[in-house]
Design a protein around this ligand. Structure first.
Ligand code: ADP
Length: 396
């Protein structure tokens, strides 16, 4: 069974093609385009590359195209992306203006181009379907909550991968199995005592932290929108809601201008005034740029704040995992995040940390109370696996 997973951005198209045969998973092809101006052309070229590489001979070789969809009104989990679902995504475009519209238009283009191939989405909110109700709430009137103003949580595919893989690496096959089966049985696969408590830090272009107990999320730093929680590359992160009426009334900014600045001029870019890429910010900080230094400190501060939240929620942690572009590659950021947490059991082995880049590794010393790990994430694989399960066990 061949499943194409397409990652849609407003000006990018990236893909990975997976094949599942007799219990063996293989990635057959990966590729992508940046700075796309003609999206139908990019889809055509993607299919062309798959054929040229011999990965497929015709479109109907694809059992499905899978998408890491963001959120939709009244829809969650892994679902067929038919018209009502795409409309439900569109209904929440304003919550995820940088993420949802490219998916809505891209999925419609795929539907036109490969009408014979099922399109299936795994929503980024799916991993948080079982968080405690209190963790979904904002202090708003109930009608707002019912309308969708709640904590949703995102990066679900990434954190689910970490839930499975960290349990495997920690020798907790029971918990790994519960995490694998989560979307089948809602986390009811039995596990033994003691509970496995993992804090997963996805630090990249967008960043979030999740607490995971026995393979099931207890919450995520991303709330209503993928603009919340930690500061992101150019998106704001958490902000007191009263900032918006204040700016509207006192600074003469329009709602559109405020929204644009929150989604494009905020986060690390806004604080540093330098760049949305942490590597450029680091270079500027090393050259003595004070706001670049501040942006790095701010990112570390906010990350520690959310780690603290889940240390409390989970009553400690067995593992702290770093993943995504920053988490996998930047030893200095990991060191700053883990500094002076020894009373909470978090200690790094400086040499192991410095030597670890984009590979699975334990970076805490042997016998440490909290095992600190780097695990490269694989969101596309999680999507492909769930799409496969969806095709094999379609909902009644
Ligand atoms: P996205 O969330 O958009 O998928 P990534 O996970 O690639 O993005 O994370 C992007 C961030 O990670 C950027 O700030 C970038 O500087 C940083 N990053 C990515 N790769 C590396 C690397 N090899 N070394 C250092 N930093 C990196």
């Amino acid at each position: 069974m061949k499943i194409l997973v397409a990652n849609l951005g407003s000006t990018s198209l990236k893909w990975r093609l997976f094949e599942f045969t007799n219990g063996v998973e293989r990635m057959l092809h990966k590729g992508g385009f940046e700075r796309v101006s003609d999206y139908p052309r990019a889809i055509e070229d993607c299919l062309g590359q798959l054929k040229a590489a011999g990965a497929i001979t015709q479109e109907s070789d694809l059992a499905a195209v899978g998408f890491k969809t963001v959120l939709a009104r009244g829809v969650n989990g892994c679902v067929r992306l038919d018209d009502p679902v795409v409309q439900a995504m569109e209904a929440f475009n304003a919550i995820a203006p940088a993420h949802n519209p490219p998916y809505v238009s891209g999925i419609r283009l795929f539907a036109q181009r490969v009408p014979e191939v099922p399109l299936v989405g795994l929503f980024e909110t799916a991993f948080y379907q079982w968080i405690p109700e209190a963790a979904t709430r904002y202090g708003v009137p109930d009608a707002w909550h019912q309308a969708g103003v709640r904590r949703w949580g995102y990066h679900g595919a990434s954190h689910k991968f970490i839930a499975e893989r960290s349990a495997e690496l920690l020798g907790r096959e029971d918990v790994a199995e519960r995490a694998r089966r989560l979307y089948q049985d809602g986390g009811t696969t039995p596990v033994r005592e003691p509970a496995l408590r993992v804090i997963s830090c996805h630090l990249g272009g967008s960043s979030s932290i999740t607490g995971i107990r026995n393979g099931v999320a207890v919450g995520n730093s991303l709330g209503l929108s993928p603009q919340s929680g930690l500061p992101h590359n150019n998106r704001v992160g958490d902000l007191d809601a009263m900032a918006v009426p204040f700016l509207l009334r006192s600074q003469g900014l329009s709602l559109e201008e405020i929204e644009k600045q929150l989604c494009r001029e905020g986060g690390l870019k806004g604080v540093s005034g330098v760049s949305n890429d942490i590597r450029d910010i680091q270079t500027a900080a090393d050259q003595g740029h004070p706001r670049a230094r501040l942006a790095l400190d701010f990112f570390v501060h906010e990350t520690r704040r959310w780690i603290g939240a889940y240390l409390a929620q989970l009553n400690g942690a067995d593992a702290l995992v770093f993943t995504a572009g920053i988490g996998e590659n930047r030893a200095e950021t990991r060191a700053a995040i883990c500094a002076e947490l020894d009373q909470l059991g978090v200690v790094l082995d400086p040499e192991r940390n410095a030597a670890t880049r984009a590979q699975e590794a334990v970076i805490s010393p042997p016998g440490a109370k909290v095992t600190v790990m780097v695990i490269p994430t694989n969101e596309e694989l999680v999507v492909a696996r769930e799409v496969k399960r969806f095709l094999e066990h379609p909902p009644a």
